[in-house]
Ligand binder design. Structure first.
Ligand SMILES: Cc1cc2nc3c(=O)[nH]c(=O)nc-3n(C[C@H](O)[C@H](O)[C@H](O)COP(=O)(O)OP(=O)(O)OC[C@H]3O[C@@H](n4cnc5c(N)ncnc54)[C@H](O)[C@@H]3O)c2cc1C
Length: 319
């Protein structure tokens, strides 16, 4: 079996989630390669090689500078044709979904999306995906190769591997129609601190904050801890905090070292997005809130007292 993992990058960093998918794929299949596409990406190959790839294909060319899906479909389809990859895996993102969809049509290949885990069963790759409002986990498979899979962001942690993979430069052979679409404007939303997928520490606010102003105290705690602020859908839907910070079924999947939920009930649709956190701390005035049943540390109390006290404690310890 052989596997190709598409690595998405922003600026001079490969997305942590992509490296997590690469590490996971390499743990299941020793013949796993990685692919970097863009302009000026050659320098990232060394970084990619450390996460289990037997080989890193690098397409470093001005024609693939912009993050457009069709040129990437061309490149991946050609690599699959030349090397016969059985699996092509992506960390789920808007770009990855576009590429995987295009590739599925181009290669007449099956695509499973929203995968939260991958396992090998009798030499067959099997994906795990939650269904029925995230109340059950189902096994999904493919009836033909190449098997295309989109993995939920944050499902796997990147793991460095002692053997560094070889790097192979590839020239892109693009179809005429692939350069018809152009990106005319690309903007970056300004934000301070790490994104919620990248942060090791997350302080998550829920409806228990009572009002959007309540997020101020969470930002202070996150800043003291060197983490980022996340949110639940209830507060995003109320316009209290921006959507990119939402954790859960219709938000992001995260796996920080520490998750602190303040005024968060722990509904199943929220839980599926954060249950892989290493340590879960819940601050809730209701001892019977669902989050208290799966938190490692459950603090029963008013968050308006607990959060400022915690922040003060952290600041004092830091000196
Ligand atoms: C199809 C579907 C998809 C969904 N997707 C998502 C998703 O991606 N992410 C998500 O988060 N939700 C999602 N939801 C919504 C989810 O079901 C819950 O409604 C939501 O997570 C609840 O948010 P919350 O915990 O902020 O609010 P609530 O459930 O209202 O909980 C507020 C909590 O704050 C506590 N509290 C109140 N005041 C205080 C105080 N002063 N101090 C301490 N604690 C206090 C309360 O005891 C309560 O437990 C989805 C729902 C559906 C149907």
């Amino acid at each position: 079996m052989s596997t190709l993992v598409f690595l998405e990058h922003r600026g001079d960093a490969i997305q942590k989630g992509s490296l997590g998918v690469l590490s996971k794929a390499a743990s299941l299949d020793s013949d796993t390669s990685a692919l970097l596409i863009g302009s000026g990406v050659a320098g990232l190959a060394e970084q990619a090689a450390k996460y289990g790839a037997a080989k890193v294909f690098v397409v470093d060319d001005a024609s693939v500078e912009k993050p457009l899906p069709q040129p990437r479909v061309d490149v991946i389809a050609a690599l699959v044709g030349q090397h016969g990859f059985d699996n092509v895996l992506f960390q789920g993102s808007v770009l990855a979904a576009d590429i995987a969809g295009g590739l599925s049509a181009r290669l007449d290949a099956g695509l499973n999306w929203g995968l939260g885990d991958l396992v090998m069963d009798g030499g067959e790759l099997i994906g795990k995906r939650s269904a029925l409002g995230d109340t059950i986990l189902v096994d999904v498979a493919w009836t033909s190769t190449p098997r295309l899979g989109l993995i939920r962001p944050g499902s796997f942690e990147p793991t460095e591997s002692p053997a560094a993979g070889a790097v192979e430069n590839v020239s892109p052979q693009l179809q005429d129609f692939s350069s018809k679409a152009q990106i005319t404007l690309q903007t970056t939303e300004e934000s301070s601190g790490p994104s919620i997928e990248e942060a090791d520490i997350l302080v998550c606010g829920g409806r228990g904050l009572g009002a959007p102003e309540g997020f101020g105290q969470l930002e202070a705690l996150a800043s003291a801890l060197g983490g980022a602020v996340a949110s639940t859908r209830a507060v995003v839907d109320s316009g209290w905090y921006p959507y990119p910070t939402q954790i859960g079924q219709t938000g992001k999947t995260v796996a920080p070292k520490l998750y602190i939920g303040a005024g968060v009930s722990g509904a199943i649709q929220h839980k599926v997005g954060m249950q892989s956190s290493q340590v879960i701390v819940a601050i809730n005035k209701d001892a019977n809130a669902p989050i208290m049943t799966f938190a490692d540390v459950a603090i029963v109390g008013d968050l308006n007292n607990v959060v400022p006290a915690l922040t003060k404690l952290v600041q004092e310890r830091k000196g």
